[in-house]
Design a protein around this ligand. Structure first.
Ligand code: MEV
Length: 449
């Protein structure tokens, strides 16, 4: 096919059916198969499908991900069953196992340290620093007042702008930044913050021009919230006497505690390990963020920036042993919302919040950070004892067997067989081929007998 036939103007104007046909016929070797598969990934309920389609552009189907529950989370003495959306086998199993582990050891304790969100107006101006600063200090209240229509609802809920400052950078002398701090209550606040920033910037330009006339050369480069919110911070922790810890993989509770602490310490000093360590934490965090209709890219970007806040990328979790007490905690920034955005629009996000008992944003921060901590506990516990592959391989085997349409009997046989062997796609295929051909032979033998 000529490559120009694979380019199109006005794709977004096509109907969904036309879009599917256009893509299938140009980009898929079996267009009819693709069309059929996509139609099974569109809801029969047309109203529901309409809601889902409206979340994005050019939608041709729903990409389905498993929606799971990790039960037995005890956080600040409250029991939660936590919804998680994740495709990686073993993540939910690990979170659930860690929740159960800590359920009988006092549960998790979680505290929100702060909830400040940040917005930035990026400006250029050739004015003298001191003149601009003086003008800004004199006018910032007035400029803030010009956003009052946008602020009124948020202020009634207890939020609003909490600070405004002018920031300069030596590296870029004509660049100024107005950094605003916000309290956005139960909303993540992105739309609110961006609207306020734009209104503030417009008022600023007008006011600066009327103050300095022809001498005003202040220009707005851009207005946008910052996803770095180091002061929207939550801490979750577990602790218990060392002898309450389980012996695991041949390690006594004391050996386990010290080996665990060492594993966390390695992630505090080595960025290669820290990245994998934190990735495991976000296996848990992202899954809850997705399930509750929040923005996992924002949450991850912020967490990784926070992980290198003092110049080196480090673990987000920490461990200490003091007077025979084992303590393990996470401190992580997390700008979540339980109102606005997709939280109520996506039917499953809404169900997730129902399951969690309609949490406030702060409560959701505590739950989500706790799942991250639990995930990390599960991963590090496996890594320092049985090794990660044992659990992973069990789930992998199950996936491969499903893919090969194994029967219940074949499942049992394969699980026994691979109890002490390495699982690979090929090895499972060979085992099933042998089993199936032996079964065939047996049948022949039976009929022959
Ligand atoms: C895999 O998704 C996550 C782990 O690699 C995390 C870790 O190594 O701590 C198991």
């Amino acid at each position: 096919m000529d490559s120009s036939e694979r380019l199109i103007k006005g794709f977004s104007k096509l109907t969904k059916r036309e879009k599917i046909t256009w893509v299938a016929e140009r980009f898929h070797s079996k267009p009819e198969e693709m069309k059929q598969l996509l139609s099974s990934f569109n809801h029969d309920d047309a109203d529901l499908q309409k809601i889902l389609d409206a979340f994005s552009e050019n939608t041709i189907a729903n990409f389905t991900m498993p929606y799971s529950i990790a039960p037995n989370f005890v956080i600040n003495d409250m029991a939660y069953a936590v919804p998680m959306v994740i495709e990686e086998s073993s993540v939910v199993a690990a979170a659930s196992a860690s929740a159960k582990y800590w359920m009988s050891r006092g549960g998790f304790k979680s505290t929100v340290i702060s909830t400040t969100k940040v917005g930035q107006i990026h400006l250029t101006c050739n004015q003298d620093d001191a003149v601009l600063r003086q003008y800004f200090d004199k006018n910032k209240k007035l400029l803030q007042a010009s956003c009052k229509d946008l602020l009124i609802n948020m202020e009634q809920r207890g939020g609003g702008i909490t600070d405004i400052s002018l920031v300069t950078y030596n590296e870029e002398p004509d660049y100024y930044q107005i950094r605003m701090s916000f309290e956005t209550c139960d909303s993540m606040g992105a739309n609110f913050i961006n609207s306020v920033l734009e209104a503030f910037a417009k008022a600023l330009i007008e006011s600066h021009q009327s103050t300095f006339g022809d001498k005003s050369n202040l220009q707005v480069v851009m207005c946008i919230l910052s996803n770095y919110t180091p002061e929207c911070l939550v801490r979750s922790e577990v602790s218990c006497a060392i002898d309450e810890l389980q012996s695991v993989g041949g390690l006594s509770p004391v050996q386990f505690a010290h080996k665990f602490k060492k594993a966390v310490r390695i992630a505090e000093i080595d960025p290669y390990r820290a990245t994998t360590h934190n990735k495991g934490i976000y296996n848990g965090i992202d899954a809850v963020v997705l399930a509750t209709g929040n923005d996992f890219r924002a949450i991850e970007a912020c967490g990784h920036a926070y992980a290198c806040r003092d110049g080196q990328y480090k673990s987000l979790t920490h461990c200490e042993i003091v007077d025979d007490t084992f303590r393990f905690w996470i401190e992580v920034p997390m700008a979540l919302g339980t109102v606005g955005g997709l939280t109520k629009l996506h039917p499953l996000a809404k169900i997730s919040l129902d399951i969690l008992g309609q949490p406030s944003a702060e409560e959701l921060m505590k739950i989500t950070a706790t799942v991250g901590l639990a995930q990390n506990f599960g991963a590090v516990k496996s890594l320092i004892s049985t090794g990660i592959q044992k659990g992973h391989m069990k789930m992998h085997l199950s996936n491969v067997l499903h893919q090969m349409k194994a029967t219940e009997q074949e499942f049992k046989m394969a699980i026994d067989y691979f109890a002490d062997k390495i699982v690979s796609h090929r090895a499972v295929q060979e085992l099933l081929d042998t089993f199936r051909s032996m079964n065939g032979l047996n049948k022949e033998n039976k009929t022959g007998a």
